[in-house]
Each structure stands twice: as C-alpha cells, then as structure tokens.
Write a protein that binds this ligand. Structure first.
Ligand SMILES: Cc1ncc(COP(=O)(O)O)c(C=O)c1O
Length: 375
C-alpha cells in the first residue's frame, strides 16, 4: 500500500498539459463566453463531438441535466406529458422530466444490462406517453433497435441519457447517433470532462434549432425571444477542456476496457459475484465496473463495500435507492410505476469498483486481492 494514494477514487479526471494550456489560451484570448452561447471554442468542440459520435448536430450546454431538460423541451414535451424512464438511474434523468413539466413513468430494468427494455417500457406506456428516455447504465447502451421500433410504432420520441456512455457502441454505431436526441454529461469523473458541462446530439435539424434557442433564453436572434429558454451556455474554458479531452477519449476508453477485462478475468471465477455483461453487438464504455453480489440483501452488500472502503478503495453503490422511492418522487402524485422487481434487486446487490484510466496496475491488483479477501 505504501506506493498508493490515501484512497483509490471510484473515478478521477485525467487532466494533462493539453487541458491546462488550452485553458490558459482561452484566458489570454479574453473571450470567456459569447452572448449566443456560441463562442469559437464551443463551436469547435461541438463540431468535433458531432463528428466523433456520427451525428449531424451537437449543442454544448452547461451540464448533463441541462442537456436532458433542453432535449425534452426541444422535442415538444408539454406540461402533463408522460415520459418513460428507468427508476434505476441518477435522479437527474427523472428530475429533467419534472423540470419540463412532464410526468415520469418508471420502467423496470433488465437484470443483465441494468437498462430498460422494450418489454419493460411497454408495461409503463399509456396514451399520455410522449417520450422514452433510456439510460445507458454504467456505459452500456440499452437495446436500441427494439426501443426505437416501439417508439416509431407509437409516434413517440426517444431521448437517450448517455451521461455515462461517451464512446459506447451499438451495432457498430456510436451512442449519440441513434435516438432522436442523445444527452451527455461532462461532470468530472465521467469518461471525459469539461469541469461541468453537457452535450445534446441529434440528426434532427428542427430539434437542434430549438435546443440552440433554449440554450440562450429562447432567442431566435439576439434579444428576440420566441420560446421558453434558459441560460444554459457552456463557458469557453469548458469547451477548450472538452476539445482536449475528446482527442484523448479513445485512449481513455481503451484503458477502461483493459482494466475491465482484467477485473473480469480475476474476479469472474468467484462464484459469489455476477460480472457485468457486454452483450453481442454492444461495446461497453466502462464508466463503472459493477458486479452484483449474488443473492445478497442490502446489508450484506453494504458490509462488503465498507470492508473495501476500510482498505482505502472507494467502492460505491450506484444506486442504493430506486428513484421512485426517493422522498420527492414518492410524494409526487403524478408519477406512475409498474412493478419493479429487478430495479429493487439491483439496488440491494450491486456495487461499483474503480476501473478508470488513472489506476495503476498495483492498485488494480490491490482491488482484486481486497475483493477476494472481503467476500
Ligand atoms: C445517468 C445520469 N444522468 C444524468 C446525469 C446528470 O449530469 P450532470 O451532473 O452533468 O448534470 C448524470 C451524471 O451525473 C448521470 O449519471
């Protein structure tokens, strides 16, 4: 342990001289933002991000939550509309629906992928459903063919929450080019960061135009407001960091994959753990490495996490509570939910281990030895 840091973090941004130099350059330029939210660095970053995911448009905003909110509004979600969403997610996915005036309708997840499926979505659909928001949990893309087919047949939009899935692939397409709109987060510790930040990608020209207006107070042109909007600008400093990070993203993803493979190889033989899966046709982005403690209740799983934390490994639980059981959503009269046995089981049994590119080989080995000792 001597050569290791105090705590091995669950995730950590990889910042180098490229990001530092890019920030200094912005500061020296004197252009820190632009009133339309489209300064030169933002425009450059958007162009490169759109190219990376294979989408026609990318709209940079100030957070992943702002991306989700903007995408819902840009898709025409109206107060009272229902939006199907997993309950097994970070609360911001459902929070964005409430912000837009919509009603979350919670769907259960698949036990192997932790994502919602066409079948579970079907159980949550009503005549009031206007959108589906699949979350690509831990970096694994949901089964988008069946979800987009279901949505097309019903005439409803698909807005993907890819906050954890930069660089994930589905049938050789990068996440960001599949649904009507896809939303990314650049919070520190995500697969790439801008400090705080978010991005909406889409192939829909109208949706892109609306999202750009929403980002800037609903302005059609300077000071001419023709719809509801916000100040969701991404600062130029953030965009400069993002452009530098995007160049490194393929390397980060390779490191994450290598670490995930090593963890799977060494921990996969322990009968008590169920390893994360990567179904055929999908490429995991390995934002988190999340095994399941087979047959465990929450107490038993929490004890394991505590043991790892006492050895300075920041193992964490994403997520301990389904969103539908959080006080705000429990009390929200308008939320709907179908039975959610897999969501509730996952909340009792999963735990995440560090898999990020800043891990040293000795730390990876220490994590493996510690898990073996702890279970
Ligand atoms: C699944 C999911 N959705 C939404 C968000 C919100 O992103 P942000 O923190 O950038 O607002 C996050 C990240 O924190 C997330 O993990």
């Amino acid at each position: 342990m001597d050569s290791m840091r105090d705590m091995i973090p669950i995730n950590q941004p990889s910042i180098g001289k490229e990001e530092i130099e890019a920030v200094v350059e912005v500061l020296k330029s004197g252009v820190l933002s632009e009133k339309s939210g489209q300064g030169p660095r933002v425009m450059q970053f958007e162009k490169e991000f759109a190219k990376f995911v294979g989408a026609r448009h990318a709209i940079a905003v100030c957070s992943g939550t702002a991306a989700l909110h903007s995408a819902l509004l840009a898709s025409g979600i109206q107060p009272g509309d229902e939006v199907v969403v997993p309950s097994f997610t970070f609360s911001a996915t459902a929070g964005a629906i409430v912000l837009a005036g919509g009603k979350p309708s919670f769907a259960d997840i698949d036990a192997d992928t932790y994502c919602i499926t066409a079948e579970s979505i079907e159980a949550a659909l009503t005549r009031g459903t206007k959108a589906i928001m699949p979350v690509h949990m831990y970096g694994l893309c949901a089964d988008m063919d069946s979800i987009t087919e279901l949505a097309r047949n019903r005439g409803i939009v698909v807005i993907e929450d890819a906050a954890q899935a930069h660089g994930a692939e589905y049938n050789e397409r990068r996440v960001g080019s599949i649904g009507d709109a896809t939303c990314f987060s650049f919070y520190p510790g995500k697969n790439m960061t801008t400090g705080e930040g978010g991005m909406i990608t889409t192939n829909d020209d109208d949706l892109a135009e609306q999202a750009r207006m929403i980002r800037t107070h609903g302005e059609e042109r300077p000071y001419w407001v023709s719809r509801q909007g916000h100040n969701y600008h991404m600062p130029e400093i953030s965009a400069a960091i993002g452009a530098a990070q995007l160049k490194k993203l393929p390397g980060f993803l390779q490191e994450r994959r290598k670490n995930a493979q090593y963890l799977t190889e060494k921990l996969g033989t322990l009968g008590k753990l169920v390893m994360p899966k990567e179904p055929a046709g999908r490429k995991h982005a390995w934002y988190l490495f999340t095994p399941r403690l087979r047959g465990a209740n929450a107490g038993k799983r929490n004890k394991l996490v505590e043991k790892l934390r006492s050895r300075n490994i920041a193992a964490s639980v994403y997520y301990e509570s389904p969103v539908h059981m959080l006080p705000f959503y429990r009390d929200l009269q308008s939320t709907r939910r179908s039975p959610m046995p897999e969501t509730e089981r996952a909340c009792r049994q999963v735990f995440s281990l560090p898999v990020h590119p800043e891990l040293k080989q000795t730390e990876l080995q220490f994590i493996i030895d510690s898990v073996k000792r702890a279970i």
